[in-house]
Design a protein around this ligand. Sequence first.
Ligand code: FAD
Length: 404
Amino acid sequence: MKRLVVVGASLAGLRAVESARKAGFDGEITLIGAEKHLPYDRPPLSKAYLDAPEPEVPLYRTRGELHDLGVQLRLGQPATGLDLDRRTVDCGGDTIEYDGLVIATGATARAMPATDRLTGVHTLRTLDDARAVRAALDAGARTVIVGAGFIGSEIASGARKRGLTVTVLEAQHTPLARAVGDVMGAACARLHTLNGTDLRCGVEVSAIEGDGHVERVRLIDGSVIEADLVVLGIGAAPATGWLEGSGLELDNGIACDMTLMAAAGVYAAGDVARWHNPAFDRPMRLEHWTSAQEQGAVAGRNAVDPAHATVYSTIPYFWSDWYGSRIQFAGVPDATEFEVLGSPEHGRFLALYGNGEYLTGALTLNGQPDIMKLRALIAERTPWQSAVTFAQQRAALWRAERAS
Ligand code: FAD
């Protein structure tokens, strides 16, 4: 095993490189990235990067640190093809040979047809996107967000913090139903209305219009919303276009086994990987920071030492920051049993999701002291009633804190 190639120079790709070195791999490492930037952290792009007076680029490591790790960087050069038989990756006109390959190409923000001819319409996935959105917010843009998902909601929150007029348009009747279920999707959505954002659910955009620059969003019901900035927060698709015809199984991401292996010598990690998660005995593709970094580390180790490949099993976890509050979710949202304590109006809530036997998911608002404990309870398959007792004790404590 002499050559490790990692495609995708972001969180999962970087963690793959670091873990390969940590595992004692001293061969060549090539890190290929489509963006020209050094690997950087995405979650701040829809949070501190939009809010801070002088935002910093959230780089994970300097060029010098990557040099010290012995990494050959090929930035600004997307990989364009993979040959599984020859064990090569095409990039920038070169054919790069590998013994082990980690694919960590993440996901690409979904756009809407015919919006690329208008300035002022953006998605938010990359640093360059965040720079453009921030510049528009700095200019005091009347802001329309299409899609009340987590990233769109964070941008809405940042725009409201600046006192801007913000409208969020959501096609579903309840936002976030797939991510956290109907009841808690509605509870999270109340944060928008409590903070002065005009949230409109069950609406459909018919056109985004303007003369060069965006001027308005037209809805199917005929209503029109004036806008200087439109951000499309309508999800992301796994970045697998370059792998079409390679022989890898592509179906909502790269299909992998429990060790994240997609083919002999080839592993995938992060938002692009769909693997069988033993913790829930089902295939999953997550778009969460925590799993991307954990998977990157596992894939990097497994790629350089396939004989001792380890399984990746996790209780999914993500967070999102809205209007000065933190939403955190662990586990899975499908539930036959459900318990909610607290409310957005109280600035705190905790919801439990169960499968009739044990705890399978938990959502908190401003529940930082509780969520990792709940995540551990999910991993331990804590009986439903014990989990409810735990939650009731926590809620009693909040009430006591509020009263004192
Ligand atoms: P990515 O970070 O998407 O990186 C993939 C990299 O591969 C990109 O740099 C891309 O340019 C590159 N690439 C793509 N195709 C090619 C190619 N053909 N050749 C070479 N390179 C290629 N998660 C949370 O849990 N909490 C949060 O609060 C949160 N906030 C977020 C806010 C924003 C604005 C965004 C965009 C994401 C957020 N996430 C959050 C999700 C989290 O950032 C992602 O899960 C994580 O970045 C995934 O890492 P990754 O390395 O798999 O993919």
